[in-house]
Design a protein. Structure first.
Length: 329
């Protein structure tokens, strides 16, 4: 499917045109117009056009490395936290695609110790580390790589684990809203010392295709829900089992119930960055995470290794089946 990205909201978040003035940004930011979205291989950054070579430092690739030949056929990028998880996903996908042993041995395209990269034919499986700062670094360089490689309408899908809100452990949540700590559909950051908020927009068509994949395949199950993105695993997520806590258990429970009433189904640490940046650069994205516990019942993640392994496979199975359908395997 050719994903169409609505550009109307991009202007406020990536180029701040005169029609959507942002008073906190320097005047030089206000001058950007819609044409900015058409420069530098389709990326909203006019400065890239002035560079003779772009060094994607954390990925270990440069624009003169023959990126179209290496990655030009990529249609789907799947990202997740740990290198081991993304290697396991690559091997699982390779098995489902029935790759030869030679192809499997050539999948590893990792060049640095920051992010692991595996290429399974038209699919990239890449680790993004933990939290907004790490995934943001990856996404900037990944989005540039996809554009430099001249990939045709790729999409990005994040898979991972999360804490559930009012849903049992093992529930797969396909995110329909990515909320910040203030429960707004925004990703907050500081640019040149000024606070900037970008809307968090996940591609409706992509998430509906993922849900349809579940409905049409036995053994796959998921539900839509809002995802809360935080900057911290402990206090930021309302836990009372960290090294420091200044609120009561009653206050914690009141907060978690508020999240539930707002439609939040799970909590993780990357959603707003993924949704905001992918939308800003015009790449369709989705987030598919499994819950490891129901936070209304406690804070500790304490499950047996075999159960944990089974939970991790749930998003992988859904995304794999989606990929096989998309690529017509």
């Amino acid at each position: 499917m050719k994903y169409q990205i609505a550009r109307s909201r991009d202007l406020t978040v990536s180029c701040c045109s005169c029609h959507n003035y942002h008073p906190l940004l320097p005047s030089s930011f206000q001058a950007y117009s819609f044409s900015l979205l058409l420069t530098a291989n389709g990326l909203p950054n006019p400065h890239l056009s002035d560079m003779s070579r772009d060094n994607l430092y954390h990925l270990g690739y440069k624009t003169d490395d023959g990126l179209p030949e290496l990655f030009g056929d990529v249609q789907v990028v799947v990202i997740g936290g740990s290198p081991n998880r993304m290697k396991s996903f690559a091997l699982f996908l390779a098995d489902q695609m029935k790759l030869s042993q030679n192809e499997i041995e050539e999948m590893d395209k990792t060049k640095t110790d920051r992010f692991s990269i595996f290429k399974v034919r038209q699919v990239l499986s890449i680790s993004h580390g933990m939290g907004v700062p790490s995934v943001t670094i990856l996404l900037h360089e990944l989005c540039k790589l996809l554009r430099y490689a001249k990939c045709d309408n790729p999409c990005i899908i994040r898979i991972g684990t999360s804490g559930g809100i009012g849903v049992p452990a093992g529930t797969v949540v396909i995110t329909d809203r990515a909320l910040n700590a203030a429960l707004k559909d925004e990703h907050d950051m500081y640019v040149l010392g000024k606070q900037l908020s970008r809307p968090t927009v996940l591609h409706q068509g992509l998430r509906e295709e993922l849900m349809e994949t579940c409905k049409t395949n036995d053994g796959l199950d998921a539900q839509f829900g809002a995802t809360l993105c935080t900057d911290d695993f402990y206090e930021g997520q309302g836990r009372i089992d960290g090294a420091h806590c200044q609120y009561t258990k009653e206050e914690q429970q009141e907060y978690l119930q508020t999240l539930r009433k707002k439609g939040v189904k799970n909590i993780e640490m990357e959603a707003t960055a993924v949704a905001a940046l992918c939308h800003a650069v015009g790449i369709a994205c989705a987030i598919v995470c499994v819950t490891l516990l129901n936070r209304l019942d406690g804070d500790q993640v304490n499950i047996e290794p075999d159960v944990y392994a089974d939970y991790q496979l749930k998003p992988q199975r859904i995304v794999t089946k989606y990929i096989l359908n998309r690529l017509r395997y």
